[in-house]
Design a protein around this ligand. Structure first.
Ligand code: NDP
Ligand code: 8X3
Length: 250
């Protein structure tokens, strides 16, 4: 059977690495993101059938339209990788602009459900062996200062993934919450609104995950025999772990 991965947020980081990995395994691709030049560039670099869609996942009508107008040869999606997302405002909750909280909810929660809702009928139609990989985060499980709405949005991704599994029982469609720890991509540049030094400093002197590490996990999950569903995978670099609880003292 021809395999097709629909990847959101394919213009950078995990999404781009996933496009390269799935292409190297012979899958066809539907790649989306807001930055058209990057989509064109990626398509140029890949030698598998690739359909690109300039898309903001927050726009439910645009998502629906993009899915409804998929060319025939790209319509039988075998893996949906809900990867588009971002963190903003690493400062404490009291100092955050409300609009940053809204942007995270609109992208990480609303955007993810927009794409899932639009593609679900197609995934169910293809049935056994199809996979939804929702990119969560360790922040969806573990609290830390400055995570506020970001971590909460990824907790939504985790619970939505589990709940989807319940409702998809009997369809053959699998659902995974893939929850990475620190990984070097454009994530911190976005989180700090373009502070390259802050981004460089975060990754300096340690060994974060790479985008390719996560792409390997995505492919492993999507390529498993159809009777296996990975519910949740939490992946940290070896050099990342938890800290002690914080105690407020006099
Ligand atoms: P990047 O910033 O490198 O990539 C984010 C991708 O999301 C880009 O392709 C961007 O595309 C896309 N995106 C953002 N907003 C929208 C939107 N409104 N509509 C469509 N696409 C959008 O970061 P990562 O690759 O690291 O992040 C990918 C996912 O992994 C995110 O969900 C993130 O929360 C999660 N994650 C990241 C970790 C890390 O440490 N890097 C760890 C755990 C989870 P464009 O701007 O072109 O639209
Ligand atoms: C991003 C990983 O460690 O910055 O989801 O929360 S972390």
């Amino acid at each position: 059977m021809k395999k097709i991965a629909f990847i959101t947020g394919a213009t950078s980081g995990f999404g781009r690495a996933a496009a390269e990995k799935f292409a190297s395994e012979g899958w066809s691709l539907v790649l989306s993101g807001r930055r058209l030049e990057r989509l064109l560039d990626i398509k140029e670099c890949l030698d598998v059938p690739t359909h690109i869609i300039q898309l903001d996942v927050r726009d439910a009508a645009a998502v629906k339209e993009a899915v409804e107008s998929l060319p025939n040869e790209f319509s039988e999606i075998t893996a949906l990788i809900n990867n588009a997302g971002l963190a903003l405002a690493p400062e404490g909750a009291a100092d955050v602009d409300l609009s940053d909280w809204h942007t995270m909810i609109d992208t990480n929660c609303t955007g993810l459900v927009n794409v899932t809702h639009a593609l679900l009928p197609k995934l169910i139609e293809v049935g056994a062996g199809t996979t939804i990989i929702n990119v969560g985060s360790i922040a969806g499980q573990w609290p830390y200062p400055g995570s506020h709405v970001y971590g909460a949005s990824k907790a939504f991704v985790k619970q939505f993934s589990y709940n989807l599994r319940c409702d998809l029982q009997g369809t053959g469609v699998r659902v995974t919450d893939l929850a990475p720890g620190i990984a070097e991509t454009e994530f911190t540049l976005v989180r700090t609104k373009g502070d390259q030094t802050a981004s460089d400093n975060l990754y300096k002197g340690t060994t974060p995950l790479s985008a390719q590490d996560i792409a390997e996990h995505m492919f492993y999950i999507a390529d498993l025999p159809e009777h296996i569903n990975i519910n949740r995978v939490e992946v940290m670099p070896t050099r990342q772990a938890w800290s002690p609880f914080a105690i407020d003292r006099d």
